[in-house]
Design a protein around this ligand. Structure first.
Ligand code: IPM
Ligand code: MG
Length: 368
């Protein structure tokens, strides 16, 4: 077997169900190492609350540098009630935000696809969701998540004031819109850009910059502007009108959770966070399921590993240039669903309930 060069993958399982779902991806990577002419080098470390418990910080410099050096980061989930009362700077979520910001992962791709086998798992009527295939492109390093000034301040009358700033520059808007237009060209050629230009100046700028870029470089793509509240409503009313949705960090956070539920379960949605191409054409990247750490079901074998497994498939495609392997993995997931195997979150009548590890094993058994 000809071996290609070693490709470093950093696994950051994190908290809650993170370790359980990332363990299934690790098995898959090991399978690829053993059975295909691939040679992934896996490293694994702490992030989030688990890192805080051991090292007093949600991410150590050492782990951060590992993330800088690898070809792709696969992150499980961070956070949980155990760490809710920590100082803001120590909260598990800060690790995730630091990785996103400092690796400059400005484009977060969140595909929401309703698998035909799961049409009945959605809380919406089958005819509304069957065949659904949306790509949400969420801006990930700007907006109210990172804007300054921020903080909680004491004011003169003894009251406290919480401050966050929603701010975007033209460049930040245009570079993420470019990602959305380029994706749309390979899909159904339509971009819906969402903001609140009716009440926010930064929203007005968003709309104008997307429009300018469209006129300059992407006239052949259909562009539609939509207010974010209307978008939330349209996603439930007629989700199939969308192809690519591009929006800011906060609206993207909310709309992608909503879109996830159209597909049946938050446990199915992968994501890719991508940076700009460097001079060698490489991009920095991190892959994570859209779902959180779900502390209520952690450690019980109930978590659905599919979102994380599909996130790894996105890593194969976007970071590791292994389209064929990505497709093989995606097909294996489909095939296990065809067989009627379901984790609890997507269980319906007549289907067989399996645990997290059983789902992982079943997917691996289809890889051959
Ligand atoms: C997400 C999550 C994160 C976010 C949290 C865990 C900080 O909800 O990735 O959607 O708000 O971005
Ligand atoms: Mg979220």
């Amino acid at each position: 077997m000809i071996k290609v060069k070693k490709r470093k993958i950093l696994l950051l399982p994190g908290d809650g169900i993170g370790p359980e779902v990332v363990a299934e991806v690790k098995k898959i990577i090991e399978w690829f190492n053993k059975n295909k002419s691939l040679d992934f080098e896996i490293d694994e470390d702490l992030v989030g609350g688990s890192s805080y418990d051991k090292n007093g910080t949600p991410i150590t410099d050492e782990v951060f540098y590992k993330a800088l050096e690898c070809e792709a980061v696969i992150l499980g989930a961070v956070g949980g009630p155990k760490w809710d009362n920590l100082d803001f700077s120590k909260k598990p979520e800060r690790a995730l935000l630091k990785l996103r910001k400092e690796l400059k992962l400005f484009a977060n791709l969140r595909p929401a696809i309703c698998f035909k086998q799961l049409v009945n798992a959605s809380s919406l009527k089958p005819e509304i969701v069957s065949g659904l295939d949306i790509m949400i492109v969420r801006e990930l390093t700007g907006g109210i998540y990172f804007g300054e000034p921020r903080g909680i301040k004491l004011v003169d009358n003894g009251e406290r004031k919480g401050i966050n700033t929603h701010v975007y520059t033209s460049n930040e808007i245009q570079r993420v819109a470019k990602v959305a237009f380029d994706l749309a060209k390979k899909r159904n050629n339509k971009v819906t850009s969402c903001e609140k230009s009716n009440v926010m100046e930064a929203g007005q700028l968003w709309k104008e910059e997307v429009q300018t870029l469209h006129e300059k470089e992407y006239k052949e793509v259909k562009l539609e502007h939509m207010l974010a509240d209307n978008c939330a409503m349209q996603l439930l009313r007629n989700p199939k009108q969308f192809d690519v949705i591009v929006t800011d960090n906060l609206f993207g956070d909310i709309l992608s959770d909503e879109a996830a539920m159209l597909t049946g379960s938050l446990g199915l949605l992968p994501s890719a966070s991508l940076g700009a191409k460097d001079k060698n054409g490489n991009i920095r990247s991190m892959y994570e399921p859209v779902h959180g750490s779900a502390p209520d079901i952690a450690g019980k074998g109930l978590a659905n590993p599919i979102a994380t497994i599909l996130s790894f498939a996105m890593a194969l495609r976007y970071s590791l240039n292994l389209d064929k392997e990505a497709e093989t993995l995606e097909k294996s997931v489909q095939s296990v669903l065809d067989d009627g195997l379901r984790t609890k979150d997507i269980l319906s009548q007549g289907k067989k309930e399996v645990s997290t590890t059983q789902m992982g094993d079943a997917i691996i058994s289809k890889l051959k």
